[in-house]
Design a protein around this ligand. Structure first.
Ligand code: F6R
Length: 593
């Protein structure tokens, strides 16, 4: 949720912290701050974006410091609630990502012991606990403080007069970047890509002690070794590259992302992983995820059921965690771009706890999901910076298609056609992207409305959900995704000339009932935009406007349809002047339940 960075080395810390924070803003952006240490600790923070903080900031002298960009959970976005937080004497500064569940009890206790608190945050208990336990050894004080704490955290601690950073994690991501006479600590890879591509992923319970030329990791009081990884993402991957927004860049990258993700596999005869559930060793499949990844999971249900004929349930991980769960002989797939979504991680742990094998599909090498699942397949989407998921969603679909095709039970001719269709998808997506002028026109039209319905059927029902999610999160237009056949069971009451409906029309057995639904909508006076395949002449007669997408097998229609809806959402938000990459109240990585 929040982004954190620490620097220690031979350079001035301030410019490095600010530049890294600007790369981390997608993790949270309601306030930010830095602390730099030389003779004492100087803190500068406010409820502003990083660029404004940088403008207002005087030069803070020092070669060690920490920074934070916040997504508020406890206490409104304000200067006093922004991180870093300090102990009573201003000697210990802490940045934190996560939630301290028992902070109220700890705070009462610490106040009783004479500590003064200034903020409403849960984080503030941490510097006070460290202060309380400090007897000359900072890492031991951090270790002791964290024993008191319940909840999730990735923290970096800075203490006046101590030329080191102390970092610790539990259920929130944290990496150490290895430089030359300098080292970094960060919540996420893009923060340090300008400086190094060598990283160590801390594990839950690790405490890292970082100086300019040493990294020591302790666990339960003993030193442990952690493997070094090389990051394949380039700095350019994590930059806008001339685009006005990351979202548009990421939408346009999708042909390449599809090629890269599929490129890892040579033939369907060599499945990417050996999955008992796909081989028929288990009886059913569960696919879990949140948000857009859940929509990919829901499309995955249709793909796997059609190609493998096994029952599949797709569930939002946040709901699954509270089910009384009775399915035996199930294999699970957890889908998460970041690999750090709290609800998805909780679901993986729960499944593993009852002996259910879990495959993670994630975009982030070394992420928590990849480490706790039994097996992992990486999407090759590259860093996704815009808060709204686009290319990661498409890459997730590619993995699901490939997996299902690898184990498919369809006859050999259909299999060959589908593989060919999959290989043609980059070109098909490119055609959608090349058709954006017409989408721009409809976006302009849509931008004037307050409420929009997206309707789909079958494998395109989750596409309607995804189209509505994209539109609402970045344009702030109220949008609902609906199963087209359900509209008459209530939502019809809302239809009229001020409620446009976007209908996704696929060339499968849902087409005829969808045409009926479109007629019903038109009869209620709603403007209707159809997303339909080129050559579908009947639709042109029925709909007010049509966004045409290239012809593909109906199984792949979610890919081209979703890309068209991503563009529609993007340009609608642009017409409305919204902060597209950083929508209000949202964060890229949701590491709290
Ligand atoms: C929407 C969006 C979110 C994420 C969700 C899950 O555009 O990006 O709904 O899909 O927060 O995130 P991951 O995939 O990282 O688990």
């Amino acid at each position: 949720m929040c982004g954190i960075i620490g620097y220690i080395g031979d350079k001035q810390a301030q410019p490095i912290l600010l530049s890294s924070l600007s790369r981390l803003e997608y993790r949270g952006y309601d306030s930010c701050g830095i602390a730099v240490s030389s003779s004492g600790i100087e803190v500068y923070k406010d409820a502003v974006r990083v660029a404004e903080l940088a403008k207002a900031l005087l030069q803070l002298d020092g070669t060690v410091g920490i920074g934070h960009t916040r997504w508020a959970t406890h206490g409104e976005p304000s200067q006093v609630n922004a991180h870093p937080h300090l102990d009573c004497n201003g000697n210990i500064a802490v940045v934190h990502n996560g939630i301290i569940n028992n902070f109220q009890r700890l705070k009462r206790q610490l106040i009783g012991e004479g500590h003064n608190f200034v903020s409403e945050t849960d984080t503030e208990v941490i510097p006070h606990l460290i202060e309380k336990h400090y007897d000359g050894n900072l890492e031991k004080a951090v270790e002791a403080a964290l024993r008191d704490v319940e909840g999730s955290y990735a923290i970096i601690v800075l203490m006046a007069g101590e030329p080191k950073l102390v970092a610790a994690r539990k259920d929130s991501p944290l990496i150490i970047g290895i430089g030359d006479r300098e080292n970094f600590v960060a919540s996420d890879v893009p923060a340090i890509l300008d400086y190094t591509d060598r990283v160590i992923y801390l594990e839950d319970g690790d405490i890292g002690v970082v100086t300019p030329d040493s990294i020591k990791i302790r666990r339960h009081g003993k030193e442990v070794q952690r493997e070094e990884h090389k990051i394949s993402w380039s700095v350019e991957d994590a930059q806008k590259g001339g685009y006005e927004h990351f979202m548009l860049k990421e939408i346009r990258e999708q042909p390449k992302v599809i090629r890269d993700t599929l490129g890892g596999w040579v033939s369907v005869a060599e499945p990417a992983v050996d999955l008992a559930v796909m081989r028929g060793g288990l009886e059913s499949m569960l696919i879990l995820a949140c948000g857009s990844s859940y929509h990919a999971a829901s499309i995955g249900k249709y793909i796997v059921e059609e190609l493998l004929s096994i029952p599949v349930r797709a569930e939002p991980a946040s709901e699954f965690n509270y089910f009384t769960w009775t399915l035996a002989k199930t294999g699970a797939i957890a889908i998460t771009q970041s690999g750090e979504t709290a609800d998805t991680l909780k679901a993986i742990r729960r499944l593993k706890g009852v002996g259910c094998p879990v495959l993670a599909i994630t975009n982030v090498v070394g992420s928590t999901a990849s480490r706790i699942a039994d097996q992992t397949i990486y999407t090759r989407a590259g860093p996704e910076i815009s808060v709204a998921a686009t290319k990661s969603f498409t890459a997730q679909l590619m993995v699901l298609y490939w997996l299902a095709l690898s184990y498919s039970k369809v006859d050999i001719r259909r299999l060959a056609d589908l593989i060919m269709g999959l290989r043609q998808l980059p070109g098909k997506v490119q055609q959608v992207l090349d058709n954006e002028d017409i989408i721009l026109e409809y976006a302009n039209y849509l931008s004037r409305y307050k409420d929009v319905f997206f309707i789909g059927r079958g494998i395109n029902f989750p596409v309607a959900l995804e189209g509505a999610l994209k539109l609402k999160e970045i344009s702030y237009i109220h949008a609902e995704g609906y199963a087209a056949g359900e509209l008459k069971h209530g939502p019809f009451a809302l239809l009229g000339s001020d409620t446009p409906v976007i209908a996704i029309v696929a060339q499968d057995n849902t087409r005829e009932p969808m045409l009926t639904n479109i007629r019903e909508v038109k009869a209620r006076g709603s403007p209707l935009i159809a997303v339909a395949e080129e050559g579908d002449e009947a639709i042109k007669e029925l709909a007010d406007s049509v966004i045409t997408v290239p012809r593909v097998d109906a199984l792949f229609s979610p890919v081209v349809n979703t890309v068209a809806l991503q563009l529609l959402a993007y340009y609608t938000a642009k017409y409305r002047g919204c902060p597209i990459d950083f929508p209000r109240n949202l964060a890229k990585s949701v590491t709290v339940e």
